[in-house]
Design a protein around this ligand. Structure first.
Ligand code: HEC
Ligand code: HEC
Length: 305
């Protein structure tokens, strides 16, 4: 819990704290014992504004009492709570443990709600406005920073509303994607393809697969080279959901559109990661989320289960 790299600064802080408190005690004792040189009229001899005299009285008892309470409170606080260098305090309290406790309590109080959701199949949840509202909130809090609050994604982050899936769009596959995360890896392929000219020809062939504008002479020359790509992207570029290799024969471009984008991905490859939510979200939350995501591109009437 301590950010100190070694014990020195921790001891330094602890010693200053304890010495300061000891200093307060000494000050209190010393001032209580000695009242300075007494004078006949019981003043210190200091006079301000002509007739304002400083009396040589002891501190009022209530004030001394408060001072003692303050010292005792300070010592007790440092004993129970973190404050003395890197000493955690005997209660081992921390803002983090407090936060974890609150999260656990909130999850426990929501458990009955989620238990009901968890028992229902995806299609039913996707049609249930209450479940969709919970799914949307979970999505905004946990997913929108990457996939966008409308789930339409952006460059590098897939659109989840278009019915086009890297890893498959069945409820089970979506739930697996969210639970375990996904890492899509395309290795740099330039060496397997050949010269920069050949890479450009191949890129034109990929554009032709998708029905995008392309140079058909180059595409014809590049066609044969596509065999090294077909292992992952499929013959004809149909994609492979087991690897997360995108379909290249459609006009959905995750990593940018056009010849230059394709040339660049052939040359440098691409690694892209969807972080696992297992441990962050409960199983029931993931089920509700997966149903929400599935419902974005499926009419509940076409329910597969
Ligand atoms: C840190 C960014 C990030 C966050 C947060 C994130 N995702 Fe993703 N997600 C990605 C990336 C990147 C991919 C694509 C992975 C790839 O290209 O291999 C992805 C892929 C997916 C896919 C697969 C899409 C397909 O076409 O098969 C689904 C489903 C998904 N995310 C849902 C979610 C949900 C639900 C959440 C919220 C719990 C979430 N994501 C949070 C970055 C993120
Ligand atoms: C080892 C498997 C593998 C091979 C071989 C491979 N790719 Fe890929 N490719 C992938 C994966 C996986 C992705 C998606 C990366 C991600 O976002 O997760 C991808 C992404 C792409 C994209 C981006 C698609 C988009 O929607 O933006 C293009 C274009 C592409 N590959 C072209 C090729 C070409 C051309 C070849 C042959 C030279 C090739 N790939 C070979 C696995 C492969």
């Amino acid at each position: 819990m301590s950010d100190f790299l070694n014990g020195f600064w921790s001891s330094y802080v602890a010693i200053i704290s304890l010495v300061s408190i000891a200093g307060c005690v000494v000050l209190l004792v010393v001032t209580a014992r000695s009242r300075g040189p007494a004078r006949a009229d019981n003043t210190t001899g200091h006079v301000w504004d002509e007739d304002l005299r400083e009396m040589n009285n002891p501190m009022p008892r209530w004030w001394v009492g408060l001072f003692v309470i303050t010292i005792v409170f300070g010592l007790a606080y440092l004993f129970f709570y973190p404050g003395l260098g890197s000493f955690q305090g005997s209660l081992a309290w921390s803002t983090e443990s407090e936060y974890q406790k609150e999260v656990a309590e909130a999850n426990a109080s929501l458990e009955p709600v989620y238990a009901a959701f968890k028992a229902q199949p995806t299609a039913q949840l996707a049609a249930d406005p209450a479940a969709r509202a919970v799914g949307e909130r979970l999505f905004i809090n946990n997913c929108a920073q990457c996939h966008g609050s409308d789930a339409r994604g952006s460059k590098g982050f897939p659109n989840l509303t278009d019915g086009d899936w890297l890893y498959g769009g069945t409820p089970d596959r979506i739930e697996e994607t969210i639970t375990l995360g996904r890492t899509g890896v395309m290795p740099p392929m330039a060496a397997a393809v050949g010269t920069p000219e050949e890479v450009r020809n191949l890129a034109n062939y990929v554009l032709s697969l998708a029905g995008e504008p392309h140079d058909s002479v180059r595409a014809g020359l590049g066609k044969a080279k596509f065999s090294v790509c077909a292992a992952c992207h499929g013959i004809g570029g149909g994609g492979n959901p087991a690897l997360g290799a995108p379909r290249l024969s459609d006009r959905v471009w995750l990593h940018g559109y056009g010849q230059d984008a394709i040339v660049s991905i052939i040359n440098t490859g691409k690694t892209n990661q969807m972080p696992p939510q297992q441990g962050r979200l409960t199983e029931a939350q993931i089920h509700v989320l997966a149903s929400y995501v599935w419902g974005l591109s499926n009419k509940p009437a076409q329910a597969p289960n």
